[in-house]
Structures are given as C-alpha cells and as structure tokens.
Design a protein. Structure first.
Length: 94
C-alpha cells in the first residue's frame, strides 16, 4: 500500500511536518465530518475540537513518516483484516 505524500500546491498547505505538507483540504474534509458529529457543542468547544483534530492529523502524518522510514509495509489484505478486526466490536448502526 502506497503511503507516499501527495503533492500539495504551496498556497493550499495548512502545515508542513518534517518537510511533508498537509493540505488545508485534508484537514477541512476531516473537520466537516467531526463538525456533523459534534453539531450541538458550543463555539468554544468546537474550537477545542478543531485544535485536537489538527493535532491528530499531524500525529498521523508523523506515524506514517516513521513507518516509511523503518520500511514498514502492509498489503491491502492486511489493511482489510485490520479494519475488519477494528469494526467487529462496533454496533450495527455505526
């Protein structure tokens, strides 16, 4: 599975982590999903949620960079199996 960073136009970079850009679009897409889930929270709480999401996106990129650095590779079947395992405990209506 390819985890190479996608090229990002300079004007669309939210932050750069270890030389790799994270796009505003990636962050905005994730925030839209979170915002729907937390639609009833106050504006102040939403700012805290947005900041935490931003931190999580950065942390995920750091983990992917480290996986690439040490040569960790997963096949699509390994990824599929991990998702199946993660979701088997989830309620049906998730």
């Amino acid at each position: 599975m390819d985890v190479s960073p996608a090229p990002v136009e300079a004007s669309k970079i939210a932050v750069t982590v270890n030389g790799e850009p994270i796009s505003l679009e990636e962050f905005d897409n994730e925030f839209r999903l979170i915002k729907i889930y937390y639609s009833a929270v106050s504006e102040g709480d939403m700012r805290a949620i947005k900041l935490r999401l931003f931190e999580q996106v950065i942390e995920r990129h750091i983990l992917v960079q480290e996986a690439r650095r040490i040569g960790l590779k997963l096949s699509q079947s390994e990824v599929d199996a991990a998702f199946r395992d993660a979701f088997k405990e989830m309620p049906e209506d998730f």
